[in-house]
Design a protein around this ligand. Structure first.
Ligand code: SF4
Length: 326
């Protein structure tokens, strides 16, 4: 059985100067001088200009492990509370609805892992074998890996510095025995932080097939998505498209539709036009989505007649089409 995450179990060879800010990735990290935490650090110039001590030793192992993963899709959001993890879970469930496809869902939202709860497997723990860490299986063709499995309780806070988070992400990528996967969906924390840079750098050689951006219709959420688009363009991450979540409310009883989060500035539709990215679709609010997530149920299986299910399926079809899988 995998040990709990409290005891400093992630090896860390990176050094942190005493005047470094709290989330310093370590001066020997590939992110030294470039991470969010480095902005304004007195050592930034030195760290950014020093030559790295060669490539990260984890890279060849990650590359080897990822050769058996056909598609890697990253799910991003500019801010929290827009339904990113719920979308990532529905996407994984929808891929796994085809029994011929093997799907993995990796939760790298290290400080707020909600995927185990959404999938109804919060009480499970990770087991290891000679082949690596075994994912927790929701069904035969859907495996999940999350730091949530390593916490003694869902109430425990994860307070890790950058190097430890990066170390765990590297371990998730090189040590998890996914087997042959058709799709690996990666749920990330909100914003553009060290976890995002780590994922992009560790998977640079293996290749990420693209990112799906999740937003709500309000301008405050769209502003953060613009930053997310800028991040993707700066690091060379292909954007598959944007999804507008909580886009109108459909009453489950009377089926009438109302706007809860009014798109005062044109919503994701206008943003997509302005930035030239694809609008994958709009998912209306349905209170049963939250209820399904609380009980670890697949919303698509439970409520196939909901307009939200129709939107999810349309979006997933579009993603497959963009990837050339349909
Ligand atoms: S610049 Fe970044 S890596 Fe260097 S000491 Fe500061 S926070 Fe750490």
């Amino acid at each position: 059985m995998f040990p709990s995450a409290e005891a400093g179990d992630i090896p860390n060879s990176h050094s942190i100067p005493s005047n470094a800010p709290e989330h310093c990735p370590g001066t020997e990290s590939e992110l030294a001088g470039k991470a969010d935490a480095c902005q304004g650090c007195p050592n930034q110039e030195i760290c950014a200009s020093s030559k790295p001590n060669g490539p990260d030793p984890a890279l060849p192992y990650i590359h080897e492990r990822m050769t058996s993963v056909k598609r890697k899709i990253v799910v991003l959001s500019g801010k929290g509370g827009v339904g990113k993890s719920t979308f990532a879970a529905q996407l994984a469930w929808a891929f796994a609805a085809d029994e011929q496809l093997q799907t993995g869902l990796m939760d790298v939202d290290i400080c707020g892992p909600s995927v185990p709860t959404i999938l109804g497997i919060a009480s499970e723990q990770i087991h290891s074998s000679s082949a690596g860490w075994s994912p927790v299986y929701v069904q035969d063709n859907l495996g999940v890996m999350s730091v949530g499995f390593m916490l003694p309780s869902s109430r425990d806070a994860v307070m890790w510095r950058g190097p430890k988070k990066n170390g765990l992400i590297a371990q998730f990528l090189k040590d998890v025995d996914w087997g042959d996967l058709d799709y690996l969906v990666i749920d990330t924390p909100p914003g553009t932080s060290d976890e995002h840079l780590s994922i992009v750098q560790y998977l640079k050689e293996s290749g990420i097939d693209g990112a799906v951006l999740i937003t709500t219709p309000q301008e405050v959420a769209l502003q953060d998505v613009r930053r997310e688009i800028d991040f993707c363009r700066k690091v060379g991450l292909r954007i598959l498209g944007v999804v507008e979540n909580m886009s109108g409310f459909v009453c489950p009883s009377c089926k009438s539709e109302s706007q809860i989060f009014r798109p005062t500035t044109g919503g994701a539709e206008r943003l997509a036009k302005e930035t030239g990215i694809e609008l994958l679709g709009k998912v209306p609010l349905d209170p049963r989505i939250g209820r399904s997530a609380d009980y670890g149920l697949s919303f698509l299986d439970e409520y196939p007649d909901s307009p939200a299910s129709a939107s999810y399926l349309e979006i997933i079809d579009k993603i497959k089409y963009i990837l050339g899988d349909k």
